[in-house]
Design a binder for this molecule. Structure first.
Ligand code: AKB
Length: 383
């Protein structure tokens, strides 16, 4: 290796370390807001410079008011400018008015509508988050196929016609019962038994096809269960973990729909957001796998989460009322992922463990329920 090339690589590693250290310091100091702001002020990477070079082009987020979109949109706005981000979803939400987002009501299964939005806003990058999650998809497999596959196909076609980059979230659901369950490798057997999983494997392959056939820059992550507090959980098999925190804050016993020995991988939302941005800004030459990289932070059972919650809410308890459909889905998923390819190729490393995440989730949920009680009291006294 030549001296200058080696020097360049060393600089990149140092810069990445700097990003991670700043991120952790901000977290310890000032909570999640500061973290995501810190994240949005990271030093420029090569990918960012490229993005800035094409800065006339906007960013489209589909499924913008879902679990990940609700937090990714503000982060992208801070990082690339409010006016750069177009948030699209089937419906608008009350939050839209307050948060000066550029909004499009968009049904991703409508081919022409997707093309129109991409053309009208001069979109250069699409974060395609609109999809049905595992449990809902199992209830409505026909609709799930139309949304998960039809939506992605429309997005990739728009990307092909208008030269956009695409982010596609895959999942641990893209694996199945014949996949090795412990430390599931990056490249392994993928024969899922759920419709959700089938659409995600097909989605990974379709993204690869558009990358190799048309040169579209598609990138993806296989996400584990994502834990967050901003939106209500809904439609997923890993939702039990989020619900547990909500019940703990309300002082109620949580009826868990998975058995106590079900082990699955999880990540806290700030790590998910950081993974998405880091991957999208990574040097394309370093990506050995495009769709999609295994990423994870912790492998947990319900009693482990409950025990951590009890350190803050001592009387919290869990009962087990197993839901057969969701248990069958969870039984077919890995216990833990091997995310070494993401660590090597683009420097992935989680920053939240179970203890950090639990403390932060409980703080955030407690203060938002306190605010809600105060608002209710205020409006009652003004009547
Ligand atoms: C779900 O439970 O469906 C999702 C996932 C793991 O993909 N959270």
């Amino acid at each position: 290796m030549s001296f200058s090339r080696r020097a360049y690589q060393v600089c990149k590693v140092v810069r990445r370390e700097e990003i991670v250290i700043r991120y952790i310091l901000e977290h310890k100091r000032g909570g999640l807001k500061a973290e995501t702001v810190a994240l949005s002020r990271q030093p420029l990477t090569k990918g960012r410079t490229e993005l800035q070079r094409s800065n006339k082009r906007a960013i489209l987020v589909t499924g913008a008011f879902g679990q990940i979109g609700s937090e990714l949109v503000p982060l992208l706005q801070r990082r690339y400018g409010i006016e750069t981000v177009v948030a699209s979803d089937l419906r608008r939400t009350a939050r839209c008015a307050a948060n000066k987002v550029r909004i499009e009501t968009l049904d991703c299964t409508d081919t022409q509508a997707v093309l129109d939005v991409v053309r009208r806003h001069n979109i250069g990058t699409i974060y395609h988050l609109a999809a049905m999650l595992s449990a809902t998809a199992e209830r409505e497999p026909q609709i799930a196929w139309r949304l998960n596959m039809g939506g992605l196909h429309n997005v990739l076609e728009a990307a092909r016609q208008y030269g956009c980059r695409v982010f596609f979230p895959s999942t641990i659901g893209a694996f199945g019962p014949s996949t090795p369950r412990e430390q599931t490798p990056q490249v392994t057997i993928q024969r899922p038994t759920t419709l959700y999983g089938v659409t995600k494997v097909a989605g990974e392959l379709l993204c690869d096809y558009y990358a190799s056939r048309y040169g579209i820059d598609t990138r993806g992550l296989r996400l584990p269960g994502v834990i967050s507090y901003m939106t209500a959980p809904g439609g997923g098999t890993t939702d039990y973990a989020i619900e547990m925190f909500h019940y703990a804050v309300r002082g109620e016993t949580y009826p868990c729909f998975l058995t106590d020995h079900t082990r699955l991988d999880f990540m806290y939302m700030p790590d998910v957001l950081r993974a998405i941005l880091t991957l999208m800004e990574a040097d394309e030459q370093r990506l050995r796998h495009r769709n999609a990289y295994n990423v994870t932070a912790m492998s947990l059972t319900p009693p482990q989460i409950a025990a951590e919650i009890r350190k803050h809410v001592p009387h919290f308890s869990v009962s087990y009322k197993v839901d057969r459909t969701r248990q069958a889905i969870a039984n077919a998923w890995p216990n833990s992922l091997d995310d070494s390819a993401a660590r090597i190729d683009w420097g992935w490393r989680p920053t939240f463990d179970l203890a950090d995440m639990t403390k932060h989730m409980l703080q955030q949920l407690s203060s938002s329920s306190r605010r809600m009680r105060e608002n209710r009291l205020q409006s009652a006294t003004h009547q």
